[in-house]
Design a binder for this molecule. Structure first.
Ligand code: UP5
Ligand code: MG
Length: 195
């Protein structure tokens, strides 16, 4: 008999809400494959920005805190997913960013099993990103790009969350709390809804 399709979990939330942190914990606990769409695009842009027109443009977009073109993003995700060996599940960090991307993902890839929304206050988001900017050097962790990322997030999120709510696919969690507390809620939710 053929194996069941791997479960697909999407983790969304503002910049600094803990998507990366919590997605890695999910991957570890459930033996899922972890995939960060932001990371995927950043790697690709660093690799190709000097030799390729399209990617040099995308590098500018991302460094300014704006969204890469939807079709390129979906194509990259699709290619990456096809390369994943047998997995029980895949946790996708930081995608989709708006309703258009959600529709396109469903159309071209699959309907997710669950969407986890990490809800965080603006104040906390800023605080965490500023702290990380001092410690690491992500190209888009500069004040201007942080503002753009926060603005884009605010604009796109309400409709996106509403879209998944109407389909009964999303769970919203309070992500202002400690990492461990947030993960405790996530794992309870996954245990309940997926297994
Ligand atoms: N931290 C985490 N959880 C904490 C907690 N509970 N308490 C205290 N501190 C906590 O966490 C951020 C920081 O906070 C870390 O220092 C962490 O230790 C601490 P992290 O887990 O990194 O949060 P995350 O939500 O992953 O923040 P990130 O900055 O990565 O979010 P973004 O949404 O900005 O980044 P992403 O990589 O997803 O996207 C970057 C860019 O890529 C986008 O702006 C866009 O240009 C492009 N993109 C697209 O174009 N299309 C896509 O589909 C996806 C990305
Ligand atoms: Mg991240």
């Amino acid at each position: 008999p053929s194996r069941p399709r791997p479960k697909v979990i999407l983790v969304i939330g503002g910049p600094g809400s803990g998507k990366g942190t919590q997605s890695l914990k999910i991957a570890e606990r459930y033996g899922f494959h972890y995939m960060s769409v932001g990371e995927l695009l950043r790697k690709k842009m660093i690799h190709n920005a000097t030799s390729n027109r399209k990617w040099s443009l995308i590098a500018k977009i991302i460094t300014n805190g704006e969204l890469a073109p939807q079709e390129t993003t979906i194509t990259e995700i699709k290619q990456k997913i096809m390369k994943i060996p047998d997995a029980n599940g895949i946790v996708i960090d930081g995608f989709p960013r708006d309703v258009g991307q959600a529709l396109s993902f469903e159309d071209q890839i699959c309907t997710p099993d669950l969407v986890v929304f990490l809800a965080c206050t603006n104040h906390r988001l800023k605080e965490r990103l500023q702290k990380r900017a001092e410690q690491q050097g992500r190209p888009d962790d500069n004040p201007k790009a942080i503002d753009r990322r926060l603005t884009n997030f605010k604009q796109n999120t309400i409709p996106l969350v509403k879209y998944f709510q109407e389909r009964g696919l999303i769970v919203t969690l309070d992500a202002d709390r400690d990492e461990e507390e947030v993960f405790c809620d996530i794992s309870m939710t996954l245990d309940n809804k997926l297994f």
